[in-house]
Design a protein around this ligand. Structure first.
Ligand SMILES: [Zn+2]
Length: 269
């Protein structure tokens, strides 16, 4: 099943919401935000057709990538070819997008593979069409993760930094300590609307990011307590795991799970 929805969030921010499910509804939709002549993230390659008609109807001068994951970068090469748009991102994003990367079976199934594309380095501020996007490197979800703050309007295009107040799983390479640090850095800035790539929150966005920060800090605290009691990793996971991630854990063959979050906390302490 394919989901394609155009959404208008305010007079200047619209989004193309894209979802792809092999059988039935997609597990997770992705929002690609369009502001002026700028697009932030571009969805999964499996939804190239919908993205192609969207970009052909708008003038896209630049594509800002929050990170290299396939649901965010999947149509970057197509957009660069179709619109001649500049693709901008963190140097690590540029490195990752410079070649075709091997991906896991579930990623092939729900996203498809991103094609290689030249990604230009980001200036500190991308100014276009009267908007000013401040790029803030926010590693943790991935090494290259970057958010974009439209400073005049207080809009934070947060990629996968937020996702939810109490997330249930981490990918195996996520770093909880870096995520905590990234959230602390972002919270020093002024913003209200959180244009998350999977779960937009227009009101009280700062508060929601604060809740996510407190949640992650609590996990690290709980893991730390069990470590001081001398418990081994397996026992710590057994005690803290709420078993709410089972389908995702099974579907991703363990690439995304709650246990990964606990392991990351153990590594960080
Ligand atoms: Zn991601």
């Amino acid at each position: 099943m394919k989901i394609v929805k155009k959404q208008r969030f305010n007079s200047q921010v619209t989004a193309l919401e894209l979802g792809y499910g092999i059988i039935g509804r997609p597990l997770m939709n992705v929002y690609c935000y369009h502001i002026g002549d700028t697009l932030i993230d571009c969805g999964q390659a499996k939804m190239a057709g919908a993205m192609k008609s969207f970009v052909s109807a708008h003038r896209i001068k630049q594509l800002l990538l929050t990170h290299h994951h396939e649901d965010h970068s999947g149509n970057a090469a197509m957009i660069a070819n179709e619109c001649g748009a500049a693709v901008l991102g963190h140097p690590i994003t540029a490195h990752k997008m410079g070649h075709i990367r091997p991906i896991l079976p579930y990623q092939h199934l729900v996203w498809g593979q991103s094609k290689k594309v030249a990604v230009s380095p980001l200036p500190a501020v991308v100014a276009s069409n009267g908007f000013r996007f401040l790029s803030i490197h926010t590693p943790g979800h991935s090494k290259d993760h970057t958010v974009y703050l439209e400073v005049q309007n207080g809009w934070l295009f947060s990629g996968d930094l937020y996702l939810g107040d109490r997330i249930k799983f981490f990918r195996s390479d996520e770093q909880i300590d870096q995520q905590i640090q990234s959230l602390q850095i972002v919270l020093q800035h002024d913003f209200e609307a959180l244009f998350c790539a999977h779960n937009p929150v227009l009101k009280n966005g700062r508060d929601r990011l604060r809740r996510k920060l407190a949640y992650l800090e609590n996990i690290v605290g709980a893991v730390g307590l069990l470590l001081t009691r001398g418990l081994p990793e397996r026992e710590i996971i057994r005690q803290l795991d709420h078993r709410q991630d089972r389908f995702v854990k099974f579907f991703t063959m363990g690439n995304a799970s709650y246990a990964n979050m606990i392991r990351s906390a153990i590594r960080a302490i």
